[in-house]
Design a binder for this molecule. Structure first.
Ligand code: SAH
Length: 202
């Protein structure tokens, strides 16, 4: 997966590549999906939700540019896979998930694998997570109609936010940096994510 799907397609960040070698992706999938864990595709994680294709996960993590001392917020914890990768890259991770069964399962797997710097919280992540704010990095793993205002507020100055933004069918992956209180936005590749629901979602 790392050599063929990631390195060959231009993922260069060695920290991201090392994290993707480290985290056992199959552990985050329902039994029936495990044999496809390292395929070049998105997979179902139940409840109508999906875990992104490994390349998309790596691309977004590369754009996020996460450092060892960072406190990170993820919106849409889903299976907990990307949260585990963030746990490898950062100091502290808060991952918000709106579907209870998914948040419970993600917390169980993360605890079993020893990710004690990652916490999955049940709730509406479009509101951010004020108790641990501000965040050095924020990553959204569901398609948002626009960047939710609470997320911009909960980002530190010079902090970075990565999110798929667009309509329900197709989005653009954006990387935004907070400069003097305002987000400066750079557009990246197009992508397709499940919709962000909740107060600032669809
Ligand atoms: N990052 C995940 C995959 C995300 S799929 C992984 O590694 O497995 C997108 C997830 O976002 C879904 O689980 C969905 O339930 C969740 N979601 C959608 N809207 C949300 C919201 N407002 N707050 C928190 N989670 C949300």
């Amino acid at each position: 997966m790392v050599e063929h799907q990631l390195r060959r397609r231009g993922i260069k960040d060695e920290r991201v590549l090392a994290a993707m070698l480290e985290v056992p992706r199959e552990q985050f999938l329902p039994q029936g999906q495990r044999r496809f864990a390292y395929d070049d595709s998105a997979l179902s994680i139940g409840e109508g939700q999906t875990i992104s294709q490994p390349y998309m996960v790596a691309k977004m993590l590369e754009l996020l540019d996460c450092h060892r001392d960072h406190c990170v917020l993820e919106i849409g914890a889903g299976s907990g896979y990307q949260a585990a990768l963030l746990g490898e890259l950062a100091a502290e991770v808060y991952a918000i998930e709106i579907v209870e069964s998914l948040s419970e399962r993600a917390n169980e797997v993360l605890a079993r694998l020893g990710y004690d710097n990652v916490l999955v919280v049940l709730g509406d992540g479009s509101l951010g997570y004020p108790p641990a704010a501000p965040y050095d990095r924020i990553i959204v793993a569901a398609a948002a109609p626009c960047i939710p205002e609470p997320l911009a507020e909960q980002l530190v100055e010079s902090g970075r936010l990565v999110a798929p933004v667009g309509d329900r069918g197709v989005q653009t992956c954006i990387a935004a940096t907070k400069e003097q209180g305002e987000l400066s936005i750079q557009k990246n590749i197009s992508c397709v994510f499940v919709p962000l629901v909740g107060e600032h979602g669809w």
